[in-house]
Design a protein around this ligand. Sequence first.
Ligand code: GLU
Length: 494
Amino acid sequence: MKNKRTRTRFAPSPTGFVHIGNLRTALYAYLLAKSKNGDFVLRVENTDQKRLVEGSLEKIIGALSWAGINPDEGVYIDKDGSVKEKGELGPYFQSKRLDLYQNHAKKLLDSGHAYHCFCSTERLQELRKNQQKNGQPPMYDKKCLSLSKQEVKQKVDAGEKYVLRMNVPTDKIIKFEDQVYGEISVKSSTIDDQVIIKSDGFPTYHLAVVVDDHHMKISHIVRGEEWLPSTPKHVLLYEFFSWSPPAFVHVPNVLGENKKKLSKRQGDIGVYDFIESGYLPEALVNFISLLGWNPKNGQEHFTLKELEKIFDEKGLHKAGAVFDYKKLGWMNAHYIKQKNDDELLQLCLPFFEKYLAKKNVDHTESLLKKIVNIEKDRIKTINEITQNIDFYFTSPIPEKEMLRWKEMTDQELKRSLLKSEEVISSIEEKQFDIENLHQQLFDAAKDKKGELLWPLRVSLSGQKNSPSPFEIAWAIGKDEALKRIDSALKIING
Ligand code: GLU
């Protein structure tokens, strides 16, 4: 085991929804491989044909690639948008490996580790009902194990429907070491004779996952803790095949703020909800990397490249990690601030376009860029860029009382706005920037900042809370600023 090349995999079932927990599991699997210069494989587990959802594979891979998590091997989306596979150990779609599973099931049949089961659904339901009544765990009672080879053959030849089950010994202790949860030991008597081949000839997850992880030379299985109870079955299968199992790394659930497992019902936890509301991949990756992993040096901000170097699975912990939206917002704001105005404008454009189409207002690219520059420090998600920007495009009609700073009289209010008008008029177009506006207006206000700047700001924005008058005046330009001051003066005059 020790000197084996590190190979991890992410093995999604394309059944619809890309949960934030899936992305986190994929990230950990990817980081574990990268931190040891290994390979990250993407395998598609599509044997449960009934649950497949059209287009969901593209969505899963799309979410991974948005986050920068690209497989070295396995299934990927090519530049032309088509789904392709690469690598020596494929195919990487389970639906293309059915013969392999059949062959392995046959091996288990031959060695007595599996058997045919012909029990009807009705019998199984009845069995379960009785077990429940008697307070016993629902388990298959091995009835078909006593069928002779002859009987089995007759039934099969007669076309009776059957499944193949694992023959789990009744008197064994199954032990394995999980790198997060430690040593786990389970009595085999508590493990059901798991179906490994269904009546449609398809393998169940349990057989397919073991066969594939072995043949794809996976060294570490990284997956959600919900698979921990299935692992003893897998350990048994490894033993039946005389294969040495990979390392198991189960990662804790992502919890909601109520400390319960985060689920679809709890709202915005699909990766696409985050993408669409303007979270940056850098922020989401950084944030989820810390949901269950502790870098042990107190550092909070990591790029994906940094994580690839410093990730250490020893820092994974088993306590469920609470998804803290506030922290994610803070993280996103941090990465937004790091973008330059051009980069940020590109990210904001789709949101601007929607806004502009709805409001049908005139705009220039230079105004949009100025808005981005001003709002950059205020927004937590990119979609917030259009939250309160009407005043940049259309002149507000401020309320008279809002223009007034504290106890100012109408006369003082007028004088204040006239002063602002004078200062703004005196600044040349070429020097009409935030810094100059700030300095000149500050100088003019002397120790009466509120008296000068409040009425000015309200005449420019029409609001109690808005960016500073220097920023707004710079964005809308000198002429428009003067026009707005004029309108405010008219309002005061009544
Ligand atoms: N197909 C399983 C899933 O979607 C993979 C579990 C595993 O990683 O073993 O959750």
